[in-house]
Write a protein that binds this ligand. Structure first.
Ligand code: PEP
Ligand code: MN
Length: 452
């Protein structure tokens, strides 16, 4: 950590909007700089502590939410349903693998997107770069990058975060409500039925504990959860404006979210993003795609976590189902030999995107194949498959193919609502959680036999 927080301004910053008016940008930056932080430094440090448990193999990281949040979809129902889905997945993982689960939502700030082109080929308009930059409506006025939207994104994030906090500790996430998290449209699916059976078991366990004299109402771990927030740290001005120095310690944190990650397209060693995020104290994620070399990843790890702090850095592999088994092992090997205590997480979404008749989609089988490949790789190396990073909704959308409901190509038109990448619907997300829980359980059983 250091005070050289503005060195990034002299470095190449990829994927920034071409802000047309520098005065507007300066005004938005000043306004954001004067607003209260969205999260606090002690909360950020407790996430680092939780992630240190993951790095040591004592817990599992579940990170998920929209590819791109939108202002229009920032409603009570949608936030509640996303939180419910994460809670359901977390409980399936905790119960199925007897492992603490660190819950990090892609929420309350996931408003900026990297794009493959500045100008959208189909319309000739500036590309949609997320609601913090411009409006998805395809006309010139809407697509003009507008810095004021970063201020709007801040306020939308505050609104969402307020609800997430209330849901996490205000009774909604009480384990006694485990049945209520199962939505009607999921209940009749295979994953939904499996969930109901698990919920009955959990209720029985709670009743047993109560009968033994443990008062579940006085046990915070049963009546609430810790739910952290995260987003891609893409817009340099936004992240810089929300970065603050803690008075009591002099430490610097980006208080726009608990965890910030660096995307696959902005992780260049000499670029603005890596420099800036190397100087804030948050837990940092870094996406690692199939083109990353082991040397490059070690160099990134050195830059982002020079002090080898466990929990500081999560490497999120997004190799694709076809590449994960050969591309990931040499990277893990090299990072391990360099003595870096990272969290290894698997993003099985971004390496498995395909085009079906002009519609961007992903097949559940590819997602699963990459997750299984990730577990196989870690089993082979004796390392901890630490986490899962996915794009999901709390709704019954039809954006990804397959799963138990067998969503087919013809179904994609039904409820395809994403502003960017296709997300797993609740049934698919829950199905994935049960399968991951089984793999995790196996991994733990094997590790225990080895260490016995
Ligand atoms: C994302 O997480 O939405 C994303 C753009 O991922 P990546 O940087 O891995 O492509
Ligand atoms: Mn995405």
């Amino acid at each position: 950590m250091s005070n050289d927080l503005d060195i990034w301004r002299s470095l190449p910053a990829r994927q920034q909007p071409s802000w047309p008016d520098q005065e507007e940008l300066a005004a938005a930056f000043a306004e954001l700089s004067a607003l209260p932080p969205l999260v606090t430094a002690p909360e950020v440090r407790s996430l680092t502590d939780r992630l240190a448990m993951v790095a040591r193999g004592e817990a599992f990281l579940l990170q998920g939410g929209d590819c791109a949040e939108t202002f229009a979809a920032n409603t009570a129902d949608k936030i509640r349903d996303k939180v419910k889905t994460l809670l359901q997945m977390a409980v399936a993982l905790t119960y199925g693998a007897s492992t603490p689960v660190v819950k990090v939502a892609r929420i309350a700030g996931q408003y900026a997107k990297p794009r493959s082109a500045d100008i959208e080929a189909s319309t000739g308009l500036p590309s949609y770069r997320g609601d913090a930059v411009n409006d998805i409506t395809p006309n010139a006025q809407a697509r003009r990058p507008n810095p004021k939207r970063m201020v709007d994104a801040y306020h939308q994030s505050a609104v969402a975060l307020n609800l997430v906090r209330a849901f996490a500790t205000g009774g909604f996430a009480d384990l006694h409500k485990v049945h209520e998290w199962n939505k009607a449209f999921v209940r009749d699916s295979a994953a939904g039925r499996r969930y109901e059976l698990m919920a009955v078991d959990i209720e029985r366990a709670l009743a047993f504990m109560a009968a033994c004299g443990i008062d579940p109402d006085r046990t915070a771990a049963l009546t609430g959860v810790e739910m952290f927030t995260s987003h891609e740290g893409l817009l340099m001005e936004y992240e810089r404006a929300l970065t603050r120095t803690e008075e009591s310690t002099g430490e610097v944190y980006d208080l726009s979210a608990h965890m910030i990650w660096i995307g696959e397209r902005t992780r260049d060693l000499d670029g603005a993003h890596v420099d800036f995020l190397s100087r804030v104290g948050n837990p940092i994620g870094c996406k690692i795609g199939p083109k990353a070399t082991p040397d490059e990843v070690v160099a990134l790890t050195e830059r982002l976590n020079p002090d080898h702090v466990p929990g500081r850095l999560t490497l999120i592999a997004r190799m694709g189902a076809k590449r994960v088994r050969d591309a990931l092992p040499p990277i893990i090997d090299k990072v391990n030999s360099a003595g870096h205590p990272v969290v290894w997480s698997c993003d099985p979404m971004h390496g498995n995107t395909r085009d079906v008749g002009g519609v961007k989609t992903r097949h559940f089988d590819d997602v699963l194949d990459e997750v299984f490949g990730f577990f196989e790789v870690h089993k082979g190396l004796g390392t901890h498959p630490g986490g899962l990073h996915i794009e999901l909704t709390g709704e019954n959308v039809t954006e990804c193919l397959g799963g138990a409901e067998m969503i087919g190509e013809a179904d994609l038109g039904g409820r395809y609502e994403t502003a960017c990448d296709p997300r797993l619907n609740t049934g698919q997300a829950l199905e994935l959680a049960f399968l991951v829980a089984e793999s995790l359980q196996q991994a733990r059983a094997e590790r225990d036999t080895h260490t016995r």
